[in-house]
Design a protein around this ligand. Sequence first.
Ligand code: FE2
Length: 417
Amino acid sequence: MQSRLLQTCRVSLYNTLRECRQRTLELVTDINSETLCQQAHPDFSPVGWHLGHIAYTEAYWILEHCAGLPPQFPQYHQLFAANGLPKSQRQHLPPIEEILDYLAIIRKQVLTYLETAPLQQQERLWRWLIQHESQHSETITFVLQLHSLNKKSSYTRLNLFSSSLSLPHHKSFPMLEISAGEFEMGNGNIDAQDNERPVHRIYLNTYSIDVYPVTCLQYREFIAAGGYQKQEFWTKEGWEWLQQNPVSHPLFWIESPEWDNHPVCGVNWYEAEAYAKFVGKRLPTEAEWEKAGSWNQQLGKKSLYPWGETEPNSKLCNHNTLVGHTTPVTAYPAGKSAYGCWDMLGNVWEWTSSCFTGYEGFEFYPYQGYSQVYFDHKHKVLKGGSWATRPWGLRSSFRNWYHPWVRQILAGFRCAK
Ligand SMILES: [Fe+2]
């Protein structure tokens, strides 16, 4: 890398690291020790653990692995390493002041090292680290939501999105037909995760996909029609899950017409599947989703985002906790894809029918446990990011994965045919 390019890269990393950290810390400015240390749900670690883990990961990869320094804060290793303690044992945490000090002390050393780090060899790792923090930051956001939900009485989605932006309430939205042909799937850029690589061409038959994610109004019809009581809509596993977890609406459900045009949020894969069957559709495969969200048929090329190459901003999609909750699916006309799909990025993650696997030629990075250990055919792919996704993890090629029974994440879906 030439020296001027190298300097631009250094400055860009410095600014992004700072911006990302600022967004993380904003989430916990007024946190009390109960919310910091307690698990809101057995599947998710406490907020304080995520904070400590961000510092631990930065110290391990940059200070130890790259800079060759001795292990920092060894007393925290077992507590904050991803493979240290089971989630249920991550509740005995230092006070918030101590965790914030840990973050700040590690960060100071990391920024000092950045001044001379050989970025020709390391840029990918630094970019990965920013996305790592972004992802934990999103987890902190929905764990905080779960805490509010557990307290019930205080759970409200505040600052309702201006009703002037809510278009007439639609019960059925159109679908788009995407004609048969090849497209380019995946991402080979420096900041692409291991599981997004390599870029490869895929042929898809003609299919139709919803223009918008499924809205609360549409989903209410499923509830009203006895969707949660009728086995005919559910897969065998989905029905078994429902019998063991008798629920009658999505996790983040608010019964109010104000939310009619917002995407349904807080459903698991089984619920998404059942709804799709109810309306005579199915979930899209991840390839169908990605083609609809990134391929330009006319130009015969893909774009990083549905709208093109401009980095995400507040005019293009609901992300980065800028709004703090979902928005109507019709709120971002400038963000639609070349094919004409709206709301592909931000607002809610979207379940796809696909199992999470490695593309042909997959190579793990930076360690096997990051994605590869989840190629077990038990995790489903989600696409598109949510209102809490940081811009550094928001792109059409990005893949998220969860077990089909998880509904605590900020996930909805759209259907295909
Ligand atoms: Fe992590």
